[in-house]
Ligand binder design. Structure first.
Ligand code: IYR
Length: 224
């Protein structure tokens, strides 16, 4: 090992082994919970306690990450004016996407979901969580890259969605393309790359979701 590298430091890990029947029960309960999650595109403006958002982001921050660099930033937007700016900019990009940038194959795949360039959820949902991926950082005057940041941030977003769903909140993973306007509107530095925009709130009382199915286990798992 190179002499001036930091020495690893270990602490005991406290592990509580669960009886198998409790493992099975928890496995069922968690699946049942997650199986009720749906992407929601119609929101109520009913306010959401901010503590819930903080707890969800704290949970997302438990995700594993490359070299433990935790290359994520969660920008929470509650301000109505900023939400409106984001909606306008997103709808402008989405108009271009739906009217020429997306291929016919892509549009055909989206047709069953009923999406289009109108994004009312961007100013109706009480919060937008804009997730940024930190691709480099400066320490002691030196620029360093982060590692596996796509994977790391993807995992953190998965935990965030699960945490919010567990709290009884609805979410949508929205990826307006290109997303550079988010960096500008939210005043983020260049090393923070927009990753996904997540409206959070309660579903509108009359919200509908597309009639789509999840692949069964046999289709997604291979046992060898
Ligand atoms: N970003 C666009 C288009 C879109 C793309 C995919 I892939 C989706 O699964 C859903 C939508 C939009 O948000 O409408």
């Amino acid at each position: 090992m190179i002499p001036d590298f930091p020495a690893p430091k270990f602490v005991p890990f406290s592990f509580r082994a669960l009886p198998v029947d409790e493992q099975l029960q928890r496995a069922d309960d968690f699946f049942e919970l997650m199986n009720t999650r749906r992407t929601i595109r119609e929101y109520s403006d009913r306010p959401v306690p901010f503590e819930l958002i903080e707890k969800a982001i704290t949970t997302a921050g438990t995700a594993p990450s490359g070299a433990n660099l935790q290359p994520w930033r969660f920008v929470v937007v509650r301000d109505a004016e900023i939400k409106k700016k984001i909606r306008e900019a997103a709808e402008k990009e989405e108009y271009e996407s739906y009217h020429g940038r997306m291929s016919e194959k892509w549009l055909r795949r989206l047709a069953p979901l009923g999406t289009n360039e109108d994004k009312p959820f961007l100013d109706i949902a009480p919060y937008l969580i804009v997730v940024f991926r930190i691709n480099s950082f400066v320490e002691d005057g030196e620029t360093e890259p982060t590692y596996y940041s796509q994977e790391s941030v993807g995992i953190a977003v998965g935990l965030l969605l699960a945490a919010l769903h567990n709290m009884g909140l609805a979410t949508l993973t929205h990826t307006p393309s290109p997303m550079k306007f988010l960096q500008e509107i939210l005043g983020r530095p260049k090393n923070e790359v927009p990753f996904v925009l997540i409206p959070v709130g309660y579903p509108a009382p009359d919200a509908k979701v597309p009639d789509i199915k999840r692949k069964p286990l046999e289709e997604i798992m291979e046992m060898i």
